[in-house]
Write a protein that binds this ligand. Sequence first.
Ligand code: M3P
Ligand code: FE
Length: 309
Amino acid sequence: MAITGVTRPGHAQLRVLDLEQSVEFYKNVMGLVETGRDAQGRVYFKTWDERDHNSLVLRQADQAGIDHFAFKVLDRATLERLDSDLRAYGVATERRPAGDMLGTGERVRFEIPTGHIIELFAEKEFVVGRDRLVNPTPWTPQSEHGIAPLRMDHALLYGPDIDGNVKLFTEVLGFTMPEYVEHDDDGSKIAVWLTCSNKAHDIAFARFPEPGKLHHVSYLLESWEKVLRAGDICSMHDVKLDIGPTRHGITRGTTIYAFDPSGNRFETFCGGYQCYPDWEPIRWPLSELGAGLDYPQRKLHESFLTVVT
Ligand code: M3P
Ligand code: FE
C-alpha cells in the first residue's frame, strides 16, 4: 500500500524531572542532536539521521510520563480531512497553531480511549544539510556519538480501553493491526500492535487500569551489534536496564529496554518484519506472552507488566 494519510510517528513530548540532567542523557548517552529550546523551556531533539526538526521534546515537570505522541500526515489536505473524519466519528479535536512547537506546523490534537493525547501535523521544518542529500556519507561523526539511533520509531502506551483505540486507529486513521495478544479464555485483547506503514508497528497499546501511561518510546538501530553496543553504553553510564539485550517474539525485533533519568522507559531495537495489506494478523495467547516479550528466555518479566510512567 502506498503510504498516504498518516505516514509515520513524528514526535513524542515527554515529561522529565530534571531538565538539564535529561538533556545531558539524551545528548550524550542516547546521542541525539539538540535542535532548539522554546520560550516555555522545552528542549527539542532529533536523531543524527532524521531530516525533520524534532522527534523528541522534553518538558520539565513534577511527574515523568508522556504529554502527547504525534504522527506526521501526508499534507495539509490530509490533516483537514482527518480532522473532519475524527469529528464525524465523535472525537473532539483541538488545534494548536503553527509555531506553538518549534519548527512544527499546525497540529490537530485529540484524546483517545486509553486517555492519551495524540496529535497530527502535516509540516515540520526540514533541517537536514545538503551534505546529507547529495553524495551523502553512510555515517557521520554524530552517528558514532552515544547510542545514536537512526530514528524515533514507535511507542507503547498503556491504558484501559485498547479496543476503543483499535477501532479509532483502524476505522478513522487508516492503521492496520499486524499482531496482538489475547486472553486464552475469552479472547479479549491484552495488547495490540498497530501500523500506518509496513513496519510491524508504529504504535502499540496494552491494557492497563490507569489511563495515559507511557511504557516506552523506541529508537531504531541499524543492527543487533548496535543493540549490544547500546547495552555497553548504558552500562558505561550507569543507566538502569530493564530487559535485554534479547529478542521479542512479538515483532521479532532485537531489543533492550532501559530507563532515562526520570524513569521513562526507552527501547533501542533493531529488526522486525515488514507487513503488507494482505498480512494476516499474528495472534499470541496471553499464556505465551513470555515468549512474545523475551523469545530466548520465554520469560514474562514482571516489570514489563507493571512499571510505567
Ligand atoms: C516491542 C517491540 C511484547 C513485545 C513488545 C515489543 C509485549 O516493544 O518494539 O517490538 O511482548
Ligand atoms: Fe517497542
